[in-house]
Structure formats: structure tokens, C-alpha cells
Design a protein around this ligand. Structure first.
Ligand code: SAM
Length: 408
């Protein structure tokens, strides 16, 4: 129990958004048993304000998602005190403010997440943030709170991430080198009727990350695999690329060996959809140079770096300008990268080759099937091929009509 001289001061009016506040003496009755014990624990000069507020939010018997949101508000309000702060400043009113604000904003979303069926004995593929931890969905939080265990690429990273949201779960390591054996482990738990979430270190599992083999194995074993969509560096970069990327192919990481990488790039030379690559900082300069050598300097290049993070930058230039831009500031070579490169131009030669292919395919197939198959074979835009195939089909019909008229 606190002695009278340690009676805490309350923040009686606080607005987490505009950060205004007013202090006053606190009647002790405002504290739950828990906060009282906490305040007594902290009978020193300093108190970690953020930790205290966290406990107050967690104390409320409310859905996890709502608690997380409230905690975020509290921590935001606590920023202004630059913790540790003098013991006397206790944040009960800030908590109350957040408790009032959060339900109005979050309740409809939380109800939607809670109202959905999340069957037992299923694997949930859950996307997590690629930088900013706030980029998690309400459904993802709900499922992470609900599952019996989490299959994670790096269990330590994932435990840390989950703890940011106040979640603690048993984990199973599922990484590049053990995906097959880990899948058996996961399937054994699914047989016991457990719900299992699969997460990677960042973004969407299975996109240049472990997860895809686990999905195959679980589906083959007859259990449902349920997607929880969210952040991915791929879609985040594409969302700011612009209209020149109307179709794209995701290549991910290029081979690390120079010869293999150059062979890969050579095979993509006439590929007309835009190309999306992932790259690490220690290879970014070399990769951009290799792209310029392979495709020439004229194509557009988007360099998306540290997306959603403090030093996020998105720069568009040509392949010829890329190496110079990177070299101009060492910071531009730091962090994580997505590169988007414009596809090969639709040359007359390519158009002629596509016409010849469509001509043959239209002998046997419908317009849409011919366009679909031609797109698969050439990598060209299916829509463009469909438009072309339709025109060719109409021309063939009118030739036929004319021929029939002449024959009559
Ligand atoms: N599964 C993840 C996804 O959905 O985007 C990708 C994982 S892959 C192992 C990691 C690579 O993704 C990084 O090397 C980088 O190329 C890209 N990446 C991840 N986060 C990024 C970010 N915040 N900004 C730019 N690129 C990022």
C-alpha cells in the first residue's frame, strides 16, 4: 500500500490525440487492486510510465484486439512524459480516455473478426508487418490470439513480435531447412484439433519465405488452409509503382552466383510484363548494374527501400540512372529493397510472333483460350492478346462471309 505522502497524482484530463493534459491529486479509491500493488512495487523515484499503462490496459477484461488498440493509445499519450517519469504521475485518466475512445473506433471491426468462423484443425497463414508494427490486421490479431500455437520462421523474432501485441503462444520452428519435418509436427497438432498459425519474419508467408511447402503438406493431409491477408513488400512496392506496371512477374531474389544470375536475366530479356525483384543491401548495387547490363539503360526502374519504416524511400528513374542514384548517398544502399523494372517493349517482331501463334491457336481454340495459352507461352499481357485474338477472329469471320458470298 502507498503511504499518504506517496499518494499519486492523476492526469485528470488527457487527450491522447492532441496530447493536452492536466494533473490533480488522485483519490486512492481509483486504483484496482492490481494497480495499487503495481504502484507499491514502484515506490522508487521513477516509474516506467509505458509499462504501467500497458498493465492498466491489460487489466481490463476485453477482447485482445481492443486491448492492443487501447495500449497503443496509452503509449502514444505516454510519449510526452519521456519515461521514466516521476512516480507521482500516474496515468489512470489517460487509460480512461483511451478506454472511451477505442471501443467507438474498434468495436465494429472487432465484432466482424469475432463473428467469423475460425474452424479448429486448420492452418492459418497470417501476414505480419514488413516494418511498421501497426500494419497488422484486426483479423490477424484475433487469429493469433485464438490459435493454439504459431509455426514461425524464426521463433525468437515471432515471440518478440507477438509480445508487442500482448500475445504469447507456443511456437514451432518452420524454416527453409526443416519445412518437411516441421510439416509433420504441425499436422500431428492439427489431428488433435488444434488451430495453428503460420507466420514468417515479415510480410506474407510463402512469398520468398517459408510456408509454401507447409501449405502443400497440410492440404495434402486433408486439413483446411486459411489465408489471413496483409502486408507484403511485393504489393506495397507495386502499389506505388504507377500505371506502367499493368502486368508483372514476381521473380524474388536472383541467384547469388554471377553466371546463374546473368542467365536468369537473359531469359527475361523479351519478357513484356514488369519484373519485380527482392534484394538485400549488400547486393543492391551489383544487382542494379547487372539489370542495366542485361536490359539496357532505357527501361524504368523503381527502387523501393525500407517500405513502411523510418527511412522509407521510393525512387523512380531509368536503369541507366539507377547505379548513379545509389552511389550518390551511402544511405541509399542501406536497408531492404524491392526493385520493379519495366518489361520489354512490345516490338513489332514480338507482335508478329504473337500474331502467328494466335493464328495457329485460333484454328483449334476459342478466343479466350487462345489468348490464355498464348499469354502463358509468351509471358505477354493476356488482355492485350485477347484484344488481338478477338480482332483476328472477327477478321477471319468476315473473310469467311465474303468467301461464302463469292462462292454463291
Ligand atoms: N514474405 C515477405 C513479403 O511478403 O514481402 C518477403 C520476405 S523476403 C525473405 C525479405 C525481402 O523482402 C527483403 O530482402 C526485401 O527484398 C523485401 N522486403 C521485406 N521488407 C521490406 C521493406 N520493408 N522494404 C523493402 N523491401 C522489403
Amino acid at each position: 500500500m502507498l503511504r499518504r505522502e506517496h499518494e499519486p497524482t492523476l492526469l485528470v484530463r488527457a487527450n491522447a490525440r492532441c496530447r493536452s493534459s492536466k494533473l490533480a491529486a488522485a483519490p486512492r479509491t481509483h486504483f484496482h487492486e492490481y494497480e495499487r500493488a503495481r504502484a507499491a512495487d514502484l515506490a522508487h523515484d521513477k516509474v516506467d510510465f509505458a509499462t504501467t499503462t500497458r498493465e492498466i490496459a491489460r487489466h481490463e477484461a476485453q477482447p485482445l484486439t481492443l486491448q492492443i488498440f487501447q495500449r497503443a493509445l496509452l503509449e502514444r499519450a505516454s510519449d510526452r512524459f519521456r519515461h521514466p517519469v516521476p512516480q507521482k504521475v500516474v496515468c489512470l485518466r489517460v487509460a480512461q480516455c483511451a478506454l472511451r475512445t477505442a471501443p467507438a473506433l474498434m468495436t465494429p471491426l472487432i465484432e466482424l473478426a469475432h463473428g467469423q468462423q475460425f474452424p479448429a484443425g486448420a492452418l492459418y497463414i497470417v501476414a505480419t508487418p514488413i516494418g511498421n508494427v501497426a500494419d497488422i490486421t484486426v483479423r490477424a490479431l484475433h487469429v493469433l490470439g485464438l490459435v493454439d500455437r504459431v509455426a514461425a520462421e524464426d521463433t525468437r523474432n515471432t515471440s518478440q513480435l507477438l509480445s508487442r501485441y500482448g500475445i504469447s503462444k507456443p511456437t514451432i520452428a518452420v524454416h527453409e531447412h526443416n519445412e518437411r519435418s516441421a510439416a509433420e509436427h504441425v499436422i500431428a497438432h492439427l489431428r488433435n484439433g488444434e488451430r495453428i498459425a503460420c507466420v514468417s519474419d515479415a510480410g506474407t508467408p510463402g512469398i520468398s519465405d517459408p510456408g509454401a511447402r507447409l501449405v502443400d503438406a497440410v492440404r495434402e493431409a486433408g486439413f483446411p488452409v486459411i489465408p489471413l491477408p496483409g502486408a507484403s513488400a511485393l504489393t506495397t512496392a507495386l502499389s506505388v509503382a504507377g500505371a506502367w506496371v499493368h502486368t508483372f512477374s514476381f521473380i524474388g531474389f536472383l541467384a547469388t552466383k554471377t553466371k546463374q544470375r546473368d542467365t536468369q536475366l537473359h531469359a527475361l530479356l523479351t519478357h513484356t510484363p514488369a519484373l519485380v525483384f527482392y534484394e538485400a543491401p549488400h547486393r543492391i548495387v551489383e544487382t542494379v548494374q547487372a539489370l542495366e547490363r542485361a536490359f539496357g539503360g532505357d527501361r524504368k526502374l523503381l527502387i523501393a527501400r525500407e517500405l513502411t519504416k523510418l527511412h522509407e524511400s521510393v525512387h523512380q528513374c531509368t536503369l541507366a540512372e539507377g547505379p548513379t542514384w545509389l552511389a550518390a548517398d551511402a544511405n541509399r544502399q542501406r536497408g531492404e529493397f524491392v526493385l520493379v523494372v519495366e518489361g520489354a517493349p512490345q516490338t513489332e517482331a514480338a507482335a508478329n510472333a504473337h500474331d502467328a501463334l494466335l493464328e495457329t491457336l485460333l484454328e483449334e481454340l476459342s478466343v479466350s483460350s487462345a489468348a490464355r495459352l498464348a499469354a502463358t507461352l509468351t509471358g505477354a499481357s493476356r488482355n492485350a492478346l485477347y484484344t488481338r485474338a478477338l480482332a483476328m477472329d472477327k477478321a477471319r469471320d468476315s473473310d469467311k462471309d465474303t468467301g461464302e458470298e463469292v462462292a454463291q
